[in-house]
Ligand binder design. Sequence first.
Ligand SMILES: Cc1cc2nc3c(=O)[nH]c(=O)nc-3n(C[C@H](O)[C@H](O)[C@H](O)COP(=O)(O)O)c2cc1C
Length: 184
Amino acid sequence: MQICVLFGGPHKNGNTAKLLAKVLDGAKSQGHSVELFHLVDMDIRPCKGCMACKKPKANGCVQKDDMGKIYEALRQCDLLILASPMYWWNLAGPLKDAVDRFFALPFAAGREQSIFAGKKLMLVMTSGQAAEHDGREGLELILQKMCQFTGMTWLGTVTAGTNDKSLDEQPQVLEKAYAIGAGL
Ligand SMILES: Cc1cc2nc3c(=O)[nH]c(=O)nc-3n(C[C@H](O)[C@H](O)[C@H](O)COP(=O)(O)O)c2cc1C
């Protein structure tokens, strides 16, 4: 299976990166391939809402930035992982910007050949609040709606509450993340 990971957080060695690394180590142990994008290092501009991508003879997004690499990876992958710290009950900004730009691809499973149809979607997220009451239900509902509309299958969230301490202090959480990755 080909896995595309869009990492939206600012910390490459932070808690989200640690949790994600375990999921990916587990996935790689089963022979899955991973392509990981650190969005903060990339030139990905916000959607302009120009609707040029929806004109009859449109050829994708008119903005020619690093999103082109992600469009290619999205077409190729079987599983898309969105990885982000929870920022205000939501995805971090760079990841939200990238997701908005999905608009330039055929995405509506009911009306056109969605490039997302048949793929799987997973969220990897850490939060300051304990995972049981971090309030991520709203975000998960949005991602489930996205799956319904685009034809993806929602795999759920791998999550950890950090209380702003290092996840190294929660080895059982990291072990569980590895097991989830190995079960993909
Ligand atoms: C701008 C900002 C917004 C945040 N919003 C939330 C939030 O809504 N809920 C929450 O539980 N934690 C929130 N946090 C805490 C982070 O989600 C948490 O510390 C996370 O584990 C950081 O991950 P990182 O080490 O990968 O950066 C916020 C932190 C920042 C900097």
